[in-house]
Design a binder for this molecule. Structure first.
Ligand code: MN
Length: 274
């Protein structure tokens, strides 16, 4: 996958300049790579497919194609992202109904998109399943998404610890995935951009192999997001590569030397939209 640069004149006149890179690897154990990635326009996403007979690859591919249809559009709303995920869900179900060997296929989806909210550009971070979005700002890494997984629910219920989750037999079981009826509810977070920040979007093949601290180190190891994405994937394969590994790094340029007007807006509500 190649370098990606997007320029976007936002609705309030500020200028967001994004650079992105994406990398993927089948890993050391799996026969097929069922992950898919999208870095186009102002939409960046990872989908991690599941299902026998390579059907996972079909489900993840359908999902990035549905999101790609947003990439050329201006003034996206958070609802447009949710709509594209619903479209993907419907197409996966329709495809599975026609192809019995693909029945039961599904996929995660996680990513970020530039959307218009309150008259200015914001990030919409979204996820279904256990693919993740991390945000790096001021050399700190924060997991933005919350996994929809059995182990996350067991941790939240106080049944197991984070350490126990890492080796738990149910660690690969997701509680929400595209390809389900009814349409699973995506989580969406909307917040303003911060100059100089970076995002890492990844499949669980990365986050199961690397700690947040290691992800921070590798994502910051190169200014070029493509090099950083490749370093992340390489690191996860070296650490075991027990699953397909995919990473996208999106960097928001620091701006024109001033503090950046885009940072002066109030943070607003950081809550879940959907
Ligand atoms: Mn996976």
């Amino acid at each position: 996958m190649s370098d990606h640069v997007s320029d976007h004149l936002s609705t309030d006149g500020t200028h967001l300049r994004l650079r992105a890179g994406a990398a993927t690897d089948v890993g050391r154990v799996r026969a097929h790579n069922e992950d898919a990635a999208l870095a186009e326009g102002m939409v960046f996403a990872v989908a991690d497919g599941m299902g026998g007979h390579a059907a996972g690859e079909v489900a993840s591919g359908i999902t990035v194609e549905a999101l790609r249809e947003l990439a050329g559009r201006r003034g996206l709303r958070p609802d447009d992202v949710i709509g594209a995920l619903a479209t993907a869900n419907q197409r996966i179900l329709e495809r599975a109904a026609r192809q019995p060997d693909q029945r039961g296929m599904g996929t995660t989806a996680a990513g970020i998109a530039v959307v218009s909210a309150g008259g200015s550009d914001h990030w919409a971070v979204f996820n279904i399943g256990d693919s993740r979005v991390y945000r790096i700002v001021d050399d700190q890494i924060q997991l933005v998404t919350v996994d929809h997984s059995e182990v996350r629910e067991l941790i939240d219920a106080g049944v197991i610890t984070e350490a126990e989750a890492a080796v738990h037999p149910l660690r690969n079981v997701v509680t929400r995935s595209l390809g389900s009826r009814p349409m699973p509810t995506p989580d969406v977070w909307v917040f303003p951009p911060h100059p100089g920040e970076r995002f890492v979007i990844c499949s669980d093949g990365l986050s199961n192999e690397l700690s947040a601290a290691a992800i921070l180190d590798l994502a910051s190891s190169a200014d070029d997001p493509q090099q950083a994405a490749e370093a992340l994937v390489h690191g996860a394969v070296q650490a075991g590569g027990r699953d397909n590994v995919t990473a996208i790094v999106v960097a928001l340029d620091p701006g024109d030397g001033d503090d950046g007007d885009v940072d002066t807006a109030p943070r607003g509500a950081n809550g879940t939209v959907a």
